[in-house]
Design a protein around this ligand. Sequence first.
Ligand code: ITT
Length: 199
Amino acid sequence: MKLILATHNSGKLQEFERILAPKGITVQALGAKSVAPQENGDSLDANSLIKANAAYAEYRCAALADDSGLFVDALGGLPGIHSARYAGVGSSDEQNRAKLLREMANLGSHQRDAEFRCVICLVAPELFAVPQYYLGIVKGRIATAPKGNAGFGYDSLFVPDESDGITFAEMSEDEKNAISHRARAIEAMVVAIDSRLRS
Ligand code: ITT
């Protein structure tokens, strides 16, 4: 089975490919000429639907999109749906991480709880009459300084509760994929597709 993956984020693409390939699902990323739609929804669900719908309209092939973000308790859920542009439109991962560390500079070790959330929206009319949503969450804490070089985005600042105190960026791809928000949302999607194909 082939799905269009509506993303321009190469880190996400790599994770989808690695998790889905053993399950017999290949993902085709958007072409360089695909224009990213404006993500002006007010939730992960809304923004994932905007991206999946745009990809389906362009390719006329089953499409999925991931909208994800880092939700920090002490910041009232920020950066949340604004994670990709926390330090301003067009900001780099490094600028976003630096802003997060600044905002949390005065917070003690008991105030650093956070979670990554990922919503995948699947638009596949031949399988499901309406768009489907799959949620994955991983809980953890925000480190006081970046650690590790793997991954992307906020990985070097996020210490999952299920790790031995290391950040996502200090893990191998398979270690991150065993517990990540994205892997959990993907797993839920795969279960739903399997069960639909069997019914
Ligand atoms: P697309 O919309 O093209 O998919 P994007 O990077 O703009 O790419 P989002 O709007 O979903 O994607 O923003 C998600 C941001 O949240 C992403 O840019 C990272 O900063 C952060 N993020 C999400 N998942 C992450 C992960 O697994 N590790 C580190 N940071 C992550």
